[in-house]
Write a protein that binds this ligand. Sequence first.
Ligand code: SF4
Length: 379
Amino acid sequence: MAIARNPTRSVAVGQIQIGGGAPIAIQSMAATKTQDIAATLQQVRLLQAAGADLVRIAVDSKKDVEALAEIRAQTDITLSVDLQENYRLAETVAPHVDKMRYNPGHLHHHEKDKSIEQKVAFIARAAQAHDCALRVGVNCGSVDPRMLERHEGDHERAIVASAIEHCEILDGLGFERYVVSLKDSDWQKVVAVNRLFADQRPDVPLHLGVTEAGMPPDGLIKTRVAFEQLVALGIGDTVRVSLTVPFDDKGQEIDAAREILRDIEAGRFRSVPPSFGEGLNIISCPSCSRVENNRFVELAQEVRALTEYASEEDVTIAVMGCRVNGPGETDDADLGLWCGPTAVNLKRGEETLGYFGYDEVLPRLRQELDAIIVERKSF
Ligand code: SF4
């Protein structure tokens, strides 16, 4: 089945093209500590061997940039870097990579005397000087607070408006070599915001993904149904499947993306029952170099096993790997856990309940889950 794709611009990223009718590029992210060069290279090669067109790694410090330079020297894969909160690293990162991702929701943290436009101009100049593309990566857990205020807390409108604002800033700077992503852990929101964005900017290549989709099989199903809805409409130029799986199994993300795209192209759509998404929902991040303790994946698996008894309950539990996105991205969940180096932060909604050792947090989680179930039944 030939699917008419949106007429997006063609963006050159290292050895590949994103958009402009090029095949949909498949990408993933290394989950290892960037400064552990051997482990990161092993992860990059594992993803490359699985067929990744592009691999992203996270960089948070000057030491990470030094490691990045070494990694770049030892691999020919098209490489992208996640700048997250530290946008000023763009200048030192750009010489080593083909694409940089920045998050519009993180630009307000530093240098409050500078405008958003000045910060974006700084990133774009660094990219331009080093033949680099950009991704404007908007994320549900860290939406620009100005946009949330302007749209009175309407997340979907705020996410889209933030992306549009950054496209306009980059266009105004004469920098057109960028793609956009609008991610959420709720696959229905991913579909809604990407459709809204594509209606307004059909020319801008889109990177699709359901963030914190979680563990297989649920994480795969959420991603598949979102991609089916979007790709079938011609939306999406590059995709990332995010799964919470052990580092050595990260190739699964690439295999899954390829299989989903192949099925869509062949017209093989998997329907889900109307009740899909009801009951217990566990969202968990795919982990990356920021993960604070390697027990994270195990923790997510233990949370799933422990809470199986509540599978019929409409409760959302979020399990995140670090302090960068953990606090924000657990706010909307009924119960949230995010990893620190030696302890796990446990939240109920936006309220922090405390920090618990990796061996102590599960009984407390069970207590809280039981309490929620009892409260809802007695309501
Ligand atoms: S929550 Fe933290 S560890 Fe998990 S993917 Fe996001 S940045 Fe990485």
